[in-house]
Unconditional design. Sequence first.
Length: 242
Amino acid sequence: MFNPLTLTLDITLYWMVLGIAGGLLLRYNTHNTRLLFLLGTLGSFFLLILCCFTLNQSLLLITLPLGIPGYPLHFSWDALSAFFVLLLSAASIGIGLFSSHYFRNVDSRTQSLLFFNYHWFLASMIWVFLAADAFVFLLAWEFMALSSYFLIVAFKSTPETSRAGFLYLLIAHLGGIAILLSFAIMSPGPTDFTFEAMRHGPLSPTQANWAFLLAWRLVKSIDILLYCTWFNSTHWSHCLRS
């Protein structure tokens, strides 16, 4: 019987390697843009099929002896993570097919940056969905924020784009700090940062309220502020100049 968790992690590794190799190739040769994006889309298609057959999968856990010594990486797979992976893989299929045609005529530097950061963004988002401890979640969140930033600023080198990218990176890290503080409140001890331990850790009503406030309300408020401010600084300024 196949393990959907290990297969999904293999796909993220595939995207990371493809992003590096494809980014280097596109830096010097842009004739393979369509093929490379289609190769990335194959990973999305595989994940979509995988999720369709594992939405009712029972909880799976895996620990990888990587990262900081004494703090291995914990990943989990359940129906909720499978659902979010399903949504991301379905969306990335359309994005990959569109990108394989849309970015063929941009310069080599932009193609290289877009290809590399797009696939690392996909891999980091999957890690966010599969994270089973605070360290993995925050590591994936950081990669997601950085790759998103470079996706924003790579396409057009204008002051408006740079300002929008910096604004995104700033607010994404503010959200990350809020989540980090929430994890610190929920953590039962200085050495166990797994979500399973946090789920069963003793919390007073005040601690629970603060953890919820930081992890949900503050982050959602930051997301709304990010959307309104970033959308206004990029889309409308471009429309007014067009």
